[in-house]
Design a protein around this ligand. Sequence first.
Ligand SMILES: Nc1ncnc2c1ncn2[C@@H]1O[C@H](COP(=O)(O)OP(=O)(O)O)[C@@H](O)[C@H]1O
Ligand SMILES: CC(=O)N[C@@H](CCC(=O)OP(=O)(O)O)C(=O)O
Length: 301
Amino acid sequence: MSNPADPDLSKIAPREKAEILAQALPYIRKFHGKTLVIKYGGNAMTDPALQADFAEDVVLLKLVGMNPVVVHGGGPQIETALKRLGKTGHFIQGMRVTDEETMEVVEWVLAGEVQQDIVGLINQAGGKAVGLTGRDGGLIRAQKLKMVDNTDPTKEHDVGSVGDIVAIDPSVVKALQDDAFIPVISPIGFGEQNESYNINADVVAGKLATVLKAEKLVLLTNTPGVLDKAGKLLTDLTAREIDELFADGTISGGMLPKIAGALDAAKSGVNAVHIIDGRVPHAMLLEILTDQAYGTMIRSH
Ligand SMILES: Nc1ncnc2c1ncn2[C@@H]1O[C@H](COP(=O)(O)OP(=O)(O)O)[C@@H](O)[C@H]1O
Ligand SMILES: CC(=O)N[C@@H](CCC(=O)OP(=O)(O)O)C(=O)O
């Protein structure tokens, strides 16, 4: 049976194909020379065919004159590696409790495996990707996160080496962009003693989009967007509506830092912030280059 989310392109009439391409022109013009921060979530990268599509989309955006910057996650991939060591991951308010051994696994999986896989795929698709961690070029300075309990502000959680971003120095990213490279960034920060911090990738993407004055932040994940309690897609969310969803428990787990990062970027001047379904082939192209409304748009007001 054919999957409506995965149309057989050979069956689309040439005229329709031409129309789709023509429709992209205003968007290509609008975003030409602009920075797009793309968060590629670990949950959206589990299928090799989709990974290859993602890499092609990034290269296409670069070739038509945009500046894509990729921030990747890798939660499920870290989980698999921990299991091999007989460990189970534990999350508090969407953040992985990170002891010393877990931090080693996080660095090795994110910077050693996931980042290098994405770099390889982008290069294979004809782009020039360069992998970075927050340590490279002093990109992400961090300190230990003080996590206050969601429901009881007098209570604090010790989540180990989870990082809170102190500063982002985007000069290395800018230099690479100007040189036709595509930066692929692992969400690892470094502290005053050169210690490593595990930072949620959505938080890094949101802050980086702000600092780079990105035109757009697109977060690719494994749901159609933000869903209400009945599982219906919420296509548009304002800061006030997000507060309500936090308060009534509609948003939980990994969606907590994702929405927080998205809202932070929207409030700090990033024009368009979207949470979309990375399991749909070429979802990112549909979002950026067509009239199609997609996923959930996060608005500052
Ligand atoms: N209201 C909500 N709408 C959609 N997803 C939600 C919601 N609340 C919690 N989630 C969870 O958040 C997950 C996405 O976050 P996460 O697992 O961190 O993905 P990623 O790896 O893409 O960052 C979803 O798969 C879903 O289980
Ligand atoms: C502190 C914290 O939770 N860090 C995340 C970093 C990876 C990440 O964010 O991956 P996804 O985007 O796939 O969820 C983790 O250890 O899982």
